[in-house]
Design a protein around this ligand. Sequence first.
Ligand code: APR
Length: 252
Amino acid sequence: MEETEQLAQLIIQSKKVVVFTGAGISTESGIPDFRSPGGIWSRYDPEDFTIQKFLSGPAARKTIWKMSIEGGLLTEAKPNLAHYAIAELYQLGKLDCVITQNIDNLHQKAGVPGDRVFELHGNMEWVVCLSCHRRFPMPEVLRKIKEGVEVPDCPDCKGILKPDAVFFGEALPQETLREAIRRAQNCDPFIVIGSTLVIYPAAYIPTYAREAGAKLAIVNLTPTPFDRYAEVIIRGKAGEIMSKVMEKVRLS
Ligand code: APR
């Protein structure tokens, strides 16, 4: 049976689909991923995105804010066909949740309710003060930077402002991680879209699903270390693949 038909069948037979996404689902929205040729880590050094570096002083923070804006991480990107296909799974009552490594908020923009999106690496929509913990909408802080404030600090307590994304060296949000694992252990199928599955602890989650008996499906342009465990592997672009899959699900 053709792979998109196979994946459609897994979805049709399911009541609780969990979708796990990485940066590859957002490249068709114009946001670069990290490890494809020309990706973020071919232009910037991941070492500059550690929490230690960010806290080391205003100069490091100035560089990180500048890169975040230049690196297109903060663009006004729009959801693409793959995001809308997942939102349709939710509308059909098939989607239990999305577990995402992405910080671009595109699943929510495509129509998946916030309480069904588990953001393991945080979100660039908010900025948090590391001293008084007040949160500010990212656009408000971006405006200040564009007005020439090179290193924005908290307007209330002058504390360090940090994007609410998880930097290398930082712990993942524990409650989010715990709930994501619980959902992965109570779903079938578990569908991975657009991730190299090389960054831990996020990359453990497909294993929790598989060990709990879920069938694994992987939609990705390039091979991943989990391909050998997958029931279905579809090589190609997420937007057209997931649109094709949803056409078949709709017909069922
Ligand atoms: N359709 C399908 N797959 C795609 C597409 C596309 N249009 N574009 C890219 N891909 C695939 C790439 O081939 C690659 O295997 O998506 C994957 C993206 O992998 P990464 O760039 O490693 O992104 P991700 O897996 O999300 O990285 C995990 O690493 O740097 C950290 O915190 C960052 O959350 C990120 C984490």
